[in-house]
Design a binder for this molecule. Structure first.
Ligand code: GDP
Ligand code: MG
Length: 244
């Protein structure tokens, strides 16, 4: 039986990017028939035509489903899509395909074949390529990841925020529900919970091309991220066993 993989695409007001993304993604997975691929568009809070367009696309593409919530937050969308899934591997990628799809087979293979619990794309490794990044984003990203290393020495990963991550069934069932953040800090929180629980994390170098169309408000997001780090550092991190 081929491994079942759910590819979750979180979207907030992405009526333009979504059809382009799905066309490229379906062309790519058609070239990789070794997995049983399914795609989930996870929309929460869109106020443009994203929902209507996603519904139209669901009738065109095979194995495409839609998850919809009213409250915003990428973490919230991922939690819902990953915990509702029954797939062997559950991953997400940003709709702008900033991460080149050529890393997708390695991301899935890390979980399906190599036994990792989490696999993440990284823009901060030897072998990573980053194109079009503004200096502001580069500095914020490097500064944030450096702060993680100060507060949590040897965290086991270099790039917490790349929008390209996969988790195992066990991670989705046992760890994801312990993450409290519902927005951008969710990714970091999940990785730090995984580290505490000694879940194996694989980091994969990716080719990243920045898309200037962003939903991120840098100052408020950075502040929320710092508050999240301080919460985990000083209030502790639950582990699956200590939470039950
Ligand atoms: N479901 C959902 N997706 C979101 C939300 N905010 C952002 N996204 C999606 O998260 C992904 C990354 O957003 P983007 O603005 O490209 O972030 P950046 O690349 O860090 O600037 C895109 O697919 C967005 O549509 C949200 O509140 N809910
Ligand atoms: Mg982007």
């Amino acid at each position: 039986m081929p491994t079942t993989v759910d590819i979750v695409i979180p979207v907030l007001n992405e009526e333009v990017a979504l059809p382009v993304c799905l066309e490229k993604l379906y062309a790519f997975i058609a070239q990789h028939p070794d997995r049983n691929w399914r795609v989930v568009v996870a929309d929460n809070g869109s106020t443009d035509r994203t929902t209507a367009i996603a519904n139209e696309l669901a009738s065109q593409y095979q194995d495409l489903s839609i998850s919809r919530l009213e409250l915003r937050g990428r973490g919230r969308a991922l939690k819902q899509a990953w915990t509702m899934s029954d797939a062997d591997v559950r991953l997400y990628m940003d709709v702008d395909l900033s991460t080149d799809l050529k890393a997708l087979p390695s991301l899935v293979g890390a979980i399906a074949d190599e036994g990792y619990e989490i696999a993440i794309g990284s823009r901060l490794m030897a072998g990573s390529e980053v194109v079009n990044r503004t200096l502001k984003r580069e500095i914020t990203s490097r500064g944030y990841n450096a702060l993680i290393h100060v507060l949590f020495p040897c965290p086991g990963f270099r790039d917490a925020q790349c929008g390209f991550k996969a988790v195992s069934k066990r991670t989705a069932e046992q760890l994801v529900p312990l993450a409290r953040d519902n927005a951008w800090f969710f990714d970091t929180e999940l990785l730090l919970l995984a580290r505490k629980a000694r879940y194996a994390i694989k980091e994969i170098p990716v080719h990243w091309e920045d898309d200037p169309d962003t939903r991120v408000k840098i100052v408020s997001t950075a502040w929320e991220d710092i508050k999240g780090l301080l919460r985990l550092r000083f209030k502790g991190r639950p582990t699956p066993s200590s939470a039950t």
